[in-house]
Write a protein that binds this ligand. Structure first.
Ligand SMILES: *[C@@H]1O[C@H](CO)[C@@H](O)[C@H](O)[C@H]1NC(C)=O
Ligand SMILES: *[C@@H]1O[C@H](CO)[C@@H](O)[C@H](O)[C@H]1NC(C)=O
Ligand SMILES: *[C@@H]1O[C@H](CO)[C@@H](O)[C@H](O)[C@H]1NC(C)=O
Ligand SMILES: *[C@@H]1O[C@H](CO)[C@@H](O)[C@H](O)[C@H]1NC(C)=O
Ligand SMILES: *[C@@H]1O[C@H](CO)[C@@H](O)[C@H](O)[C@H]1NC(C)=O
Ligand SMILES: *[C@@H]1O[C@H](CO)[C@@H](O)[C@H](O)[C@H]1NC(C)=O
Ligand SMILES: *[C@@H]1O[C@H](CO)[C@@H](O)[C@H](O)[C@H]1NC(C)=O
Ligand SMILES: *[C@@H]1O[C@H](CO)[C@@H](O)[C@H](O)[C@H]1NC(C)=O
Length: 482
């Protein structure tokens, strides 16, 4: 307008009864980020003297929402401090009016285009199962050039084999639960020759692990005279909540949803009776995982409980280690206990013995032979769930001497062989007599017994050591031979 050409000092030339408001001018940023604060200015070059001028900021054509207000006296420029919100986006204009003088015509500035930039991160889905592709977009609005940085749970992330940055997109292929978290992007742009950084809002992504094949097992509970099976179903991985169902063949017998990867079901049972085949199924929304089929059969422990042993020899054929075996003839949930001199051997590491339990109904006690291992051993088998059912094995005394004594079987075999030889020699000599070669008996006999004595003596010495007992036995055998 023509008025804006006059310098402000000339306005005093106008008559007071004909006050005129020139067209105000609006200055301000043309782009602004949401939540940032910046100032807009409105200036008048032509204004009436002694009038307070009201300056207001509006969006073009919308007088209902006042975006900023300021007053000006004698040409001072109005300032509008603005904290940018999305509704500031659009064409803005400044309206000037005389505060206390309706006879002065208000005037309006030309429009100022303002773009309010909001950095938003968006994803089509925020919850899905592992293996899918995650795609996030950092949204700045149309036509804004920027570079992007991505943050997961507050830490900047970089590209990897499965993670790509592509302009404003982030793509993660073959996702796993490790890709879950709060994603944020940071947009960088140069505006008015200064770099701005803008953090987006966050989007929470949940990548769920598919539940893994559950395991199934059970313990037996005894309450008074009632027995029940306490079934455990457990999946190693999978994002909760997990729904577990328990089936006995086709029949659903339990159904529960857990904030955990395991659950238990209680099923009443009868001892010694086959109660069916059970299966656990686990599901956390993607696909059902099935456990193996488990027979539900509890056999109570049954005797006889047998005890036998074998051993290892070290240098000089001395016995150094012994293995006791304890077997129950029946029982599916058998607990074994070992006793030395009627004292329970607790399963403590570092002692001279070790207990190894083997399914279904066997326990092994291993020990090294020494001073502390001497004594009377026995074992007891009972039901895990009922310690009143204990059945004892026979007792067996073992010490170094007992273990190193020549076994009776060896003695028996030696005697057996010897007797057989005597018979053979006799037969031989019988035949010799027939052929009148009587002398052969004594010579043959002496040769054979000499050879045999040597063998036996070396065998006994090596096998038995030099205890007196064994020497006696050897002497006895030698005499018998002579
Ligand atoms: C642009 O930056 C200059 C100096 O850096 C400053 O004086 C001016 O007010 C800025 N303009 C806007 C619209 O913020
Ligand atoms: C402006 O106001 C001042 C005092 O506030 C007064 O002295 C002066 O005469 C006024 N001028 C006009 C043109 O009204
Ligand atoms: C403008 O008028 C209001 C009453 O309408 C009065 O309270 C205020 O003081 C006046 N302001 C000036 C600057 O004259
Ligand atoms: C933007 O996010 C980064 C990373 O979390 C942080 O260091 C920075 O302080 C944030 N800036 C603002 C303005 O919130
Ligand atoms: C045992 O079972 C019987 C019949 O099923 C029932 O009446 C009783 O309450 C049960 N006892 C206990 C201790 O659970
Ligand atoms: C488990 O129970 C829930 C409600 O308690 C039911 O909606 C669901 O269908 C059941 N699942 C099965 C496999 O029966
Ligand atoms: C067990 O008893 C025997 C005697 O019957 C004894 O020689 C041995 O030292 C005892 N062993 C232990 C570990 O107490
Ligand atoms: C069986 O177990 C109970 C509880 O653990 C215990 O109080 C009781 O003494 C045990 N009985 C026998 C014979 O070990």
């Amino acid at each position: 307008s023509a008025f804006s050409l006059f310098p402000s000092g000339l306005s005093s030339c106008y008559e007071d009864n004909n006050p005129v408001l020139g067209r105000p001018q609006l200055f301000g940023p043309s782009e602004a980020l949401v939540k940032k604060a910046l100032d807009f200015y409105c200036e008048l070059s032509v204004y009436p003297k002694n009038e307070t001028i009201l300056l207001q900021l509006f969006r073009e054509g919308d007088r209902s929402k006042l975006l900023g207000v300021s007053t000006s006296l004698d040409g001072a420029r109005g300032v509008f401090p603005i904290l940018f919100k999305t509704f500031h986006d659009g064409n803005l204009e400044c309206v000037a009016s005389a505060q206390n003088n309706t006879s002065v015509e208000p005037s309006v500035s030309s429009v100022h285009r303002l773009r309010v930039i909001e950095v938003r991160v968006s994803s089509e889905k925020t919850e899905f199962f592992e293996g899918s592709t995650l795609e996030l977009r950092c949204d700045l609005g149309e036509g804004t050039y920027a570079t992007y940085k991505w943050f997961l749970d507050g830490k900047q992330i970089s590209e990897t084999r499965y993670r790509y940055f592509n302009e404003s997109f982030l793509q993660v292929f073959r996702t796993s639960s490790k890709d879950s978290g709060s994603y944020m992007c940071m947009a960088q742009n140069s505006y008015n020759k200064t770099i701005f950084h803008s953090n987006s809002s966050v989007v929470n992504i949940t990548v769920k692990d598919v539940v893994s094949t559950p395991s199934i097992s059970f313990n037996v509970l005894k309450e008074d005279w009632n027995y029940s099976a306490l079934l455990s179903c457990h999946s190693q991985r999978g994002t909760p909540p997990v729904t577990f169902t328990l089936y006995n063949r086709d029949e659903l017998i339990g159904n529960t949803t857990e904030e955990d990867r395991s659950t238990t079901f209680t099923v009443p049972i009868e001892l010694g009776k086959h109660m069916g085949w059970l299966q656990c199924r686990a599901d956390n929304g993607d696909q059902t995982a099935y456990s193996h089929w488990m027979p539900l059969l509890v056999e109570p422990v049954q005797g006889p409980v047998t005890l036998h042993y074998d051993y290892d020899t070290g240098q000089n054929y001395a016995v150094v280690g012994v293995r006791f075996y304890c077997n129950a003839s029946k029982g599916s949930h058998v607990k074994f206990e070992w006793f030395l001199n009627k004292t329970l051997l607790p399963d403590v590491p570092g002692s001279f013995y070790r207990v190894v339990d083997e399914a279904p109904a066997r326990s092994i006690l291993l020990f090294t032979v020494g001073r502390s291992s001497a004594g009377t051993y026995h074992c007891e088998a009972s039901d895990e769930f009922d310690n009143t059912t204990a059945i004892s094995s026979r007792r067996k005394y073992l010490d170094k001497e007992v273990l190193n004594r020549l076994p009776d079987v060896v003695v028996a075999v030696v005697f057996g062989c010897f007797s057989l030889m005597i018979i053979m020699v006799c037969v031989c000599c019988g035949i010799s007599i027939v052929y009148s070669k009587i002398s052969c008996f004594t010579s043959e006999m002496k040769k054979m017994t000499a050879a045999y004595e040597e063998d036996l003596a070396s065998y006994l010495l090596s096998e038995v050591g030099s205890t007196q007992l064994h020497l006696l036995k050897y002497m006895y055998l030698s005499n018998f031979l002579k």
